[in-house]
Design a protein around this ligand. Structure first.
Ligand SMILES: Nc1ncnc2c1ncn2[C@@H]1O[C@H](COP(=O)(O)OP(=O)(O)OP(=O)(O)O)[C@@H](O)[C@H]1O
Length: 509
């Protein structure tokens, strides 16, 4: 045990050139008690916002009307960063444009004054402490004042102590916040859906499950309605798999994918020599689907002349091959699907009313993704399980930050869009967690003139455009850094490298 001082306790501070003790610096018991409180409160903070509240209160209590900035970032391309502070945004931008690596890598707090850029921003003095690379993170903590000669050795010491208290906790919280939407095991996914291929627990998808169960065992014709990529084909399969016809193969025809001239033969078959090129007899999908289910996808695209023939088959339950002389009895259960509004098609004369009635016996409307956002975590886990093994990757899940982005994304309706996004992200992920997701897709247009530019030029122009769009803001929710998914410090160093200056993106009125 070391010797205890009876009056003011002495705490030696590492990394301090002068090796002064708190007692010698005139630290009051109240300061030590504030530090003790800070420690406790920081250790109890469970999220970055709680943490911010603690720091805010401490700075206010101990440093009065100083401004502060605390920024942490992981020194990798991953976009883990924390940026806290009460410096008003315009000042923050100015100030950070001014910070450079020399300042950030200094071991001791640095006092800055009389700097033109800072003066412009209304700051007279700043004390900045670069937080040394620890736990794979680096950053800085800084105090700023609009008054002169306010910083002393006391502040330098205090900054050093605080940094040692906060870094491990920030690291812990960031790590916790970024991990993880874990992959649900297949078993778990199956527990939450009665159909092996359908994922979801939202009220809207549960309504669909109910309807599938109601209709599956009957032979009733089902009409699946819903926007593109909402799972109509999967529901058709679920109905077939739950029906008594499940031991026979589900037969599918995509009415939009086959040229109208070939569709009739595809559906009903033809006899040898029925038309030029019919060198062999062909069995149509109706015959193949005998005692099974025929899924007519994109039924809204069926040419009007074939609509008459289909209607007759549905009524008579018999077909005639093209060029054939006899009728063939078929026992087929029909499930049709469309993303068109069939009533509108009928009123505009593109779809026969009688066929519409025939098909619309048991309609099921599939909810778009925007109405079942609560299913996104499960769907993501499902797609990771589906695609990661295909490219030999072991992905454990996605970070909460990415999940948050997915939940906030204005999904149109298409689950296929989410699926492709996850598939792409798996390919781009280097670790075992998807930490980055990129919604931006640039459509390729062959007829647009294409000018080859250097990557630096493209990056320069793009960053500038985003900065202008963000009204020159770098920080905050509406700032360029968040929009570009970059730590502000990375954006700022890119700007410096590319020669982007404030006057390029800030318009002075
Ligand atoms: N509930 C769901 N659970 C799991 N995956 C789903 C679900 N719904 C849709 N998907 C996925 O979304 C994609 C689109 O589904 P599907 O082809 O069934 O949609 P669709 O409505 O028939 O599309 P389209 O109208 O374009 O033919 C599929 O790859 C499927 O994996």
């Amino acid at each position: 045990m070391g010797k205890q001082h009876s009056s003011s306790p002495k705490v030696n501070i590492e990394n301090n050139k002068n090796k002064l003790s708190l007692g010698e610096l005139g630290y009051e018991t109240s300061t030590l008690s504030s530090l003790h409180h800070l420690c406790n409160n920081i250790n109890n903070a469970k999220s970055i916002s709680e943490f911010e509240g603690v720091i805010e209160a401490f700075v206010h209590q101990k440093f009065g009307d100083f401004f502060y900035v605390l920024s942490f970032f992981q020194d990798t391309q991953e976009n883990d960063f924390v940026f806290l502070g009460n410096l008003q945004e315009s000042l923050t931008n100015e100030y950070l444009l001014f910070l450079d690596d020399k300042i950030l890598s200094s071991e001791n707090p640095i006092l800055l004054k009389d700097n033109e850029l800072m003066k412009e921003a209304g700051i007279v003095e700043s004390m900045i402490l670069g937080l040394q690379q620890e736990f794979g993170m680096k950053g800085y903590l800084s105090l700023h004042s609009k008054k002169q000669a306010v910083f002393s050795e006391y502040h330098r010491q205090l900054l050093s102590i605080i940094s040692h208290i906060i870094i491990p906790r920030v690291y812990f919280i960031i790590n916790k916040e970024h991990h993880l939407t874990q992959i649900q095991s297949s078993n778990k996914i199956n527990q939450v859906s009665p159909f092996s291929n359908l994922i979801g627990v939202s009220p809207t998808i549960k309504e669909v499950y109910k309807l599938i169960n109601l209709v599956a065992l009957s032979d009733a014709t089902v009409l699946l309605l819903g926007e593109s990529g909402t799972g109509k084909e999967l529901v058709a399969k679920a109905i077939h798999d739950t029906s008594l016809r499940t031991n026979r193969e589900l037969i599918k025809v995509n009415c939009a994918a086959i040229p109208a001239s070939l569709l009739e033969s595809e559906l009903f078959g033809h006899e040898k020599g029925a038309f030029t090129g019919a060198n062999q007899k062909r069995i149509g999908k109706f015959e193949l689907a005998h005692e099974s289910t025929l899924f007519l996808d994109e039924i809204g695209e069926l040419p009007i002349e074939l609509q008459v023939k289909l209607l007759r088959v549905l009524q008579e339950k018999e077909i005639e091959r093209i060029g054939g002389q006899r009728t063939i009895k078929v026992d087929v259960r029909i499930i049709a699907a469309t993303n068109r509004n069939l009533e509108e098609e009928v009123s505009e004369g593109r779809f026969r009313l009688d066929l519409y009635y025939r098909l619309n016996v048991f309609p099921i409307t599939l909810p778009p993704l925007r109405e079942r956002k609560e299913d996104i975590p499960l769907l993501v886990a499902h797609f990771i399980e589906k695609y990661a093994p295909k490219v030999g990757k072991k992905i454990k899940g996605i970070s909460n930050k990415v999940l948050e982005k997915l939940l906030l994304h204005p999904w149109i309706g298409n689950i296929r869009e989410l699926e492709h996004l996850i598939e792409r992200s798996i390919l781009l992920t280097t670790g075992d967690i998807i930490k980055q997701i990129n919604f931006a897709e640039i459509p390729l247009q062959n007829n647009v003139e294409f000018e080859i530019k250097t990557l630096a030029t493209v990056e320069h122009d793009y960053i500038l455009k985003v900065l202008k769009l963000c009204n020159g803001r770098i920080f905050g929710q509406n700032g360029a850094a968040v929009r570009l998914n970059l730590p502000p410090t990375t954006l700022i160093s890119k700007m410096k490298k590319l020669g982007i200056k404030k006057e390029h993106f800030v318009t002075i009125n």
